[in-house]
Design a protein around this ligand. Structure first.
Ligand SMILES: [Zn+2]
Length: 420
């Protein structure tokens, strides 16, 4: 929008009027815009954030979309992350306790979503366990989840409470059925450890059926891993993305069935991972190939629409459907589809013979060559002996405890190097 000539320049205001966020002060509070350039869905998507100062003087860096609202997945992520928004001296809060009862103070999401100001005014963002938002952490949400997991085991139900599905009910029913069929209860449990996870039906970007966004070491507002599914997602799509997640989140995996990307001690992808672009792209070939192989071993029936990655292999068939059928025969054959350790085992045993092992989608080493090099160098991930003990969740807060809130915001960070 053009300013009328001759008028005194106003302080810089975002065209959408984001300065209307009540506590956002011009030239005092930082506004960090979305990183320019091609959006890489798998990367640590840095959404715009605004640093908001509350009346009590605490600063929060709040995620904010183009309409000036906090995107729903960030509200959900805030709830699921049991170590965020905790009033000291408690060190964590319990998602399942929060869901099991309605708080005295209930909030309704404003039409169009929350602005950062509204969410901070409500007090919910600071301490999600002290009030509830309808449809996020109230008992109606608990009933929805119970309905989805009606005949499920206790372990599956517990995992379900920490896995938020942002999608219509029929899609959610289908997703839960697929997850229960294709993964063991133990795998579902491992998947939600820590920050929980979000599975969302939406727009993963052109030409992409879905994507997995891991947690990264660079961006503090979105530590909850997210699977985004396109509108035409099927069993193959969801199992593929969920397998990516387990390859990151399950530290008891090692070797070929753990991601070749470097993770820090908190299990986060590292921006400064020491890999040059060529090696990174080779690692991507391996990550995809191993994920496709495991998905092929797990799904109930051979998929009618094999992943596009089979167009980037050569061996075992002249067309991508044939190559998928070859791998399916190798990994499942006349037997039953696999899950749990059995799925990992067959992938480890047969990967070298599959068509997908020769995947070269990114211009770098094909998956099998890169795997060979990493094995020779002795740098493949090593499985942890036991999963790390979960921090004990507090069963609510001691009455009458009033401690000054501790802002959980992160300082705006220097622009991180992006991966293509
Ligand atoms: Zn993938």
């Amino acid at each position: 929008m053009n300013m009328a000539a001759g008028k005194k320049a106003k302080p810089r205001v975002h065209p959408k009027g984001w300065d209307e966020v009540a506590y956002y002060r011009h030239s005092k509070d930082a506004y960090v815009p979305l990183t320019k350039g091609k959006r890489d869905a798998e990367g640590p998507v840095k959404i715009p954030t605004v640093t908001v100062t509350t009346r009590s003087g605490d600063k929060y860096e709040m995620p904010m979309d183009k309409k000036g609202r906090v995107p729903r997945e960030y509200v959900v992520a805030r709830f699921l992350s049991e170590t965020q928004g905790v009033r000291p001296p408690a060190r964590s809060r319990s998602v399942s306790v929060d869901l099991s009862r309605d708080a005295e103070v209930m909030h309704r999401e404003p039409r169009g979503g929350w602005t950062p100001k509204q969410l901070l005014d409500s007090g919910w963002w600071q301490y999600p366990s002290e009030s509830d938002i309808y449809g996020i952490d109230d008992t109606s949400m608990a009933s929805e989840i119970e309905a989805l997991y009606r005949d499920a085991t206790k372990t599956q139900q517990a995992a379900g409470k920490r896995m938020t599905l942002i999608m219509p009910r029929e899609s959610a029913q289908r997703a839960v059925r697929i997850l229960r069929e294709n993964f063991t209860a133990g795998e579902l449990k491992k998947a939600v450890r820590g920050e929980g996870m979000i599975i969302q039906e939406g727009n993963p970007g052109r030409g992409v059926g879905g994507y997995y966004r891991a947690k990264w070491d660079t961006y503090d507002s979105a530590k909850t891993p997210l699977i985004m599914l396109g509108p035409n997602w099927d069993e193959d799509t969801l199992v593929h993305e969920f397998t990516h997640h387990l390859r990151h989140a399950d530290e008891t995996r090692g070797g070929l069935t753990r991601t070749p990307y470097r993770l820090n001690e908190r299990g986060e992808r590292m921006m400064a991972d020491g890999m040059g672009d060529y090696e990174f792209n080779s690692a991507r070939n391996l990550e995809e190939a191993a994920t496709v192989a495991e998905t092929t071993a797990r799904t109930r029936l051979p998929t009618k629409s094999p992943t596009g990655y089979y167009e980037y292999t050569r061996k075992h068939g002249s067309d991508y459907r044939e190559r998928y059928a070859y791998d399916r025969g190798l990994l499942v054959g006349e037997g039953r589809p696999r899950k749990g350790r059995s799925a990992e085992k067959i992938v480890k045993a047969r990967f070298g013979d599959t068509s997908i092992s020769g995947l070269r989608y990114y211009k770098a080493d094909p998956a099998d060559a890169y795997l060979k090099a990493r094995v020779a160098a002795g740098t493949m991930p090593v499985a942890a002996k036991r999963p790390k003990a979960k921090p004990k969740a507090s069963q609510g807060l001691p009455p009458g405890v009033t401690v000054a809130p501790v802002p959980v915001s992160a300082k705006p960070r220097a622009k991180a190097k992006r991966r293509g």
